[in-house]
Design a protein around this ligand. Structure first.
Ligand SMILES: C[S@@+](CC[C@H](N)C(=O)[O-])C[C@H]1O[C@@H](n2cnc3c(N)ncnc32)[C@H](O)[C@@H]1O
Length: 189
């Protein structure tokens, strides 16, 4: 799937990676290996909608668009910050993925609280502790075999309570991958 990434998309990804390397605070995008895992999990998801909470500049959205294209679905992504939404729309369009990604300006909690069944959700809002609240809204919506990935579980703060909650939740199987900032990967039973 990754060997077929278009030159235009590669160029956008590289530019965002370089920006992140120069300034960690600007986009706060996931690391490229995290993005690859997200895309591979999304591709392995059952039938259903794709949702991302926290678009920032659209880096993870672009990686997820690769899986969305192969699955024949659209990714819905949302961000509170109007400037980030405009930037994400521009980056997604430059990457040639505008028909695969709908970038919304809005609150993640409104989108997480909807009822459409979800096959894949990436929750990456800030402060990271809010993703524990998103977890409670998203897990009931996941179809069996659907994925929820929560970023920043161990950094900047170790979210012990959330980690224990996910590991002891009989509705999901989960694993905490250390990665740079800790990603909790949950699969609905
Ligand atoms: C860590 S960045 C997302 C990075 C992005 N997923 C990526 O890897 O390219 C977090 C984003 O969440 C957004 N955000 C924070 N609270 C939010 C909320 N309640 N609803 C939607 N977006 C929110 C911020 O504006 C910021 O752009």
């Amino acid at each position: 799937m990754f060997s077929e990434i278009s030159p235009a998309m590669q160029q956008v990804m590289r530019a965002m990676e370089e920006q992140l390397a120069r300034d960690q605070r600007s986009l706060r995008s996931v690391d490229s290996d995290v993005a690859r895992v997200l895309s591979m999990l999304a591709l392995a998801a059952p039938a259903g909608a794709f949702l991302e909470l926290g678009s920032s500049g659209g880096y993870s959205s672009i990686w997820l668009s690769i899986a969305a294209k192969l699955k024949g679905v659209k990714l819905t992504t949302v961000d509170l910050d109007e400037k980030k939404v405009a930037l994400a729309r521009q980056n997604v369009a430059n990457a040639g993925a505008a028909d695969l990604v709908e970038v919304h300006h809005g609150d993640a909690f409104d989108f997480a609280g909807r009822t459409e069944p979800l096959a894949f959700c990436f929750s990456d809002i800030e402060p990271p502790e809010l993703n524990a609240k998103i977890y409670e809204l998203v897990v009931p919506r996941l179809v069996p075999g659907g994925w929820l990935v929560v970023d920043n579980v161990t950094s900047p703060r170790h979210q012990k309570q959330f980690i224990e909650r996910a590991y002891s939740d009989p509705r999901v199987d989960c694993v905490l991958l250390p990665f740079p900032k800790g990603d909790m990967i949950c699969r609905k039973c």
